[in-house]
Design a protein around this ligand. Structure first.
Ligand code: PEP
Length: 250
């Protein structure tokens, strides 16, 4: 049975006190969401610790939004996977399209970040997805395939067993445009097929999340598809009520 997951990517939103309030709201309503759904929140680095403390015993896991390519040393401004793990994070988002687009992340960088994450027992949520131009040119399958082959195919079977994938079409992120449930299922099934070509039956155990303007009103339909195992949620994760409603949408 694949894990069902709803993960909130808070991005560069909330001040530390606001983040703690949001986490309190998620903790307070967690019991209304099935235990069979793994709930994860990914706050900014600055409030990872206070959010982790707030969520102790609440059955909500915490992830970071990124980690450094290097383990430690003279890399001003960077935050290492080891630091994140030491705080008690379980997950780390890697390869978000905003990091690929604005900070020049490539498969080369992401291979290093993956290694750092696994060295520190963090489970990566690896994001893939095409932009609008690529979708309109019908290139979405090849784009996503390359993002997987260039990074995920370098993992060992043991590492792959810990990986979560998030398919996030760039044209749907923060735009209010959502992929239809059929579009999501089509590419999720394709991603699983690509994974199967390398990892065999283990591909059937890998959770593949949809991300891109997912909200309470559309989550149920998208999550009903066979190869959609949950969501990576941006905007709607900033309101505990909406985020939890998405968790209830399965
Ligand atoms: C995201 O950035 O991971 C995301 C899915 O954002 P939104 O839900 O706001 O489109």
């Amino acid at each position: 049975m694949r894990k069902k997951i709803v993960a909130g990517n808070w991005k560069m939103n909330t001040l530390p006190t606001e983040g703690v309030e949001l986490a309190k709201g998620v903790a307070a309503g967690r019991a209304e969401v099935c235990d069979c759904v793994n709930i994860i929140v990914c706050p900014p680095f600055t409030h990872l610790q206070s959010v982790i403390e707030t969520l102790k015993g609440a059955n909500v896991a915490v992830g970071a939004q990124d980690c450094a390519t290097e383990s430690k040393g003279a890399y001003t401004g960077e935050v290492s996977a080891q630091m994140i793990a030491a705080l008690g994070c379980e997950y780390v988002i890697l390869g978000h399209s905003e990091r690929r687009q604005y900070y020049g992340e490539t498969s080369e960088t992401l291979n290093k970040k993956m290694e750092r994450a696994f060295e520190n027992n963090l489970k990566p949520i690896y994001c893939v997805g095409e932009n609008l131009e690529e979708r309109e040119a019908g290139r979405h399958f090849e784009v996503v395939k390359a993002q997987i082959e260039e990074v995920v195919f370098n993992l060992t079977a043991e590492q792959f067993a810990q990986l979560v994938i998030a398919y996030e079409p760039v044209w749907a992120i923060g735009t209010g445009k959502t992929a239809t449930a059929e579009q999501a299922e089509e590419i999720h099934a394709y991603i699983r097929e690509v994974l199967r070509s390398k990892f065999g039956a283990a591909a059937d155990e890998c959770s593949i999340l949809y991300g891109g303007s997912c909200k309470p009103s559309n989550a149920g339909e998208i999550f009903s598809k066979e190869n959609v195992d949950g969501g990576l949620i941006g905007g709607a994760a900033l309101k505990a009520e909406d985020f939890l409603a998405i968790g209830k949408a399965f």
